[in-house]
Ligand binder design. Structure first.
Ligand code: HEM
Length: 498
């Protein structure tokens, strides 16, 4: 028997008369479409959950959306009943652009399972140490470059995290921020975030709109889809073709996801296997870039706001690592306060606040409510991690709230990286990258606020953009080396291709 069938959750029999979960009052036909928030929707949904509870039903032009606002309900459904909650919703816009081919949006099927295996193996916790030296090196170059030019913070974070992820996905080492192997996927990611954010395209709620002629009012989405598709296909095929073509020339740096699989297959993959690998690797690139970037930027905001936390972290680093070498990822086990800072970064701003939507495959009952087949299921991760009943003063950055308990920190990560069978496969790798950035910056620099023209300090707020992946809004900083030796150690880091 197939494991999926074996594990299928046996829902109690349910009738369509069963009550849907509570939610805001609906209008005829459009339901709650007019109320759907587009600005920081996780915050508005969080407010609504106070009124309607941990499971909320929203109707968008007849399409049911179930918002989950408690970790218990999220785990009960998405983890424990994962056999029926692991689908992704069908989106017309995603289909028109081609995103539904990608692993991250694949329905829960055999194709998804095979791609998941490829990725899960390469980024399994036991396999991540082989990328430590790359993550450490890029973190050091990042700090060195921001020290030189603090205004490059955003572009440098993007460049270094992009370099890491493209190196591990394709064995290609980015050397310039203008390299199309970096810039095209970055544009594709921006498009993805925009096109898949609930509410940006009405065609996702009124699928018949896809048959509108191109010139018709309201058909502008067709042109957008065409443009996004072109960029997306280039972003997906370009790096893969490079990796494959350069396996023989030796330019492809090993190990990397595509190279390892091509090597194991003796360079010959069937058309079907090749397609799976192309979509799997492009999802690694897409999944690992903006998410990590968002967390790294949140870390900088938090440190500018909290010199006292920096000082405490630096005392820990000095005691454990000393000042004669730069921190390594393997130091993480001896640095509980740094681990708490990272957990607090994840808590205060989970990079995908509403998760990637799941979809439920069959009618289900939870706490007497009907979760109808095909409903979009949105776990409000942001609310779960910013609920004052669980995390007092949630908008304050307080690493001490975990009392040094790794079990408490783990609870944050268990939510922030998603659920069930779709849980983020890059989780351990992502933590390595963030640790390298956090520990290297704190060990070598004071992180200071930028100054305005009057010499006044500019303290950034925890203010975020909307979209599937959220980022801190633009801010500036200053970095000051903690010692001459720290500056020398950073200057000595090689930028050679490895
Ligand atoms: C701070 C960094 C990251 C965060 C917060 C994050 C978070 C998430 C979340 C919330 C999901 C959706 C899980 C669900 O549907 O329940 C996800 C999926 C995914 N992530 Fe990550 N992620 C991060 C880094 C990475 C990295 C570094 C990689 C690649 C190495 C990666 C690859 C993926 C992929 C491929 C999926 C799709 C999984 C599937 O649909 O089966 N992510 N991630």
């Amino acid at each position: 028997m197939h494991p999926e069938h074996h594990l299928t959750h046996q829902s109690p029999p349910c009738s369509r008369r069963q009550r849907l979960p509570p939610g805001p009052r609906r209008l005829p036909i459009i339901g709650n479409a007019h109320q759907m928030p587009t600005e920081l929707p996780w915050r508005i949904l969080s407010e609504w959950s106070k009124k309607y509870g941990e499971i909320m039903h929203i109707d968008v032009v007849g399409r049911p959306l179930i918002v989950i606002s408690s970790s218990k309900a999220a785990k009960d459904l998405l983890d424990k009943r994962s056999a029926i909650y692991s689908d992704r919703p069908h989106s017309v816009m995603a289909h028109l652009i081609g995103y539904d081919e990608t692993f991250v949006l694949q329905p829960y099927n055999d194709n998804w399972r095979k791609q998941r295996r490829l990725i899960a193996q390469d980024f399994a916790q036991s396999n991540t140490p082989r990328y430590y030296s790359l993550q450490e090196k890029e973190a050091r170059i990042l700090v060195r470059n921001i020290l030189k030019n603090p205004s490059s913070l955003f572009s440098e974070v993007k460049m270094r995290i992009g370099t890491i992820i493209i190196r591990v996905a394709y064995g290609y080492y980015i050397q310039s921020p203008d390299d199309p192997i970096l810039t095209i996927p970055l544009t594709a990611m921006e498009n993805f975030s925009y096109a898949t954010a609930a509410g940006n395209f009405m065609v996702d709620f009124i699928p018949a709109m896809r048959y509108l002629p191109r010139w018709a009012p309201g058909a502008g989405f067709l042109k957008v889809a065409e443009k996004f598709r072109e960029t997306f296909l280039k972003a997906t095929s370009g790096p893969y073709e490079w990796c494959k073509a350069n396996m023989e020339t030796g330019k492809t740096l090993m190990p990397n996801l595509c190279g390892t699989i091509l090597q194991e297959a003796g360079g010959e993959l069937s058309k079907d296997e090749q397609e799976k690998l192309v979509w799997a690797s492009s999802s690694v690139m897409g999944g690992g870039l903006d998410t990590n970037m968002s967390s790294a930027l949140t870390f900088f905001v938090a440190m500018i706001r909290h010199p006292e936390i920096q000082a405490k972290a630096q005392a820990e680093l000095d005691a454990v690592v000393g000042q004669d070498r730069l921190p390594a990822i393997s130091d993480i086990v001896n640095l509980p306060y740094i681990r708490a800072i990272i957990a607090e970064v994840f808590r205060i701003s989970p990079s995908i606040p509403l998760c990637v939507p799941h979809a439920v495959r069959q009618d289900d009952i939870y706490n007497d409510y009907l979760i109808p087949k095909g409903a979009l299921v949105l776990p409000n991760i942001w609310h779960m991690l910013n609920n004052p009943e669980v995390y007092p003063n949630p908008l304050e950055f307080i690493p001490e709230r975990f009392n040094g308990s790794d079990a408490e920190m783990e609870k944050v990560k268990d939510l922030m990286f998603g659920f069930g069978r779709r849980v983020c496969p890059g989780r351990y790798f992502a933590e390595g990258t963030l640790f390298a950035i956090v520990a290297t910056t704190l060990a070598t620099c004071e992180i200071l606020p930028a100054l305005d023209t009057n010499g006044e300090e500019l303290i950034p707020e925890f203010a975020y953009t909307s979209g599937v992946i959220t980022f801190p809004k633009s801010f500036s900083l200053r970095l000051k080396p903690r010692s001459a030796q720290a500056a020398v150690m950073l200057a000595e880091v090689s930028s050679a291709i490895e």
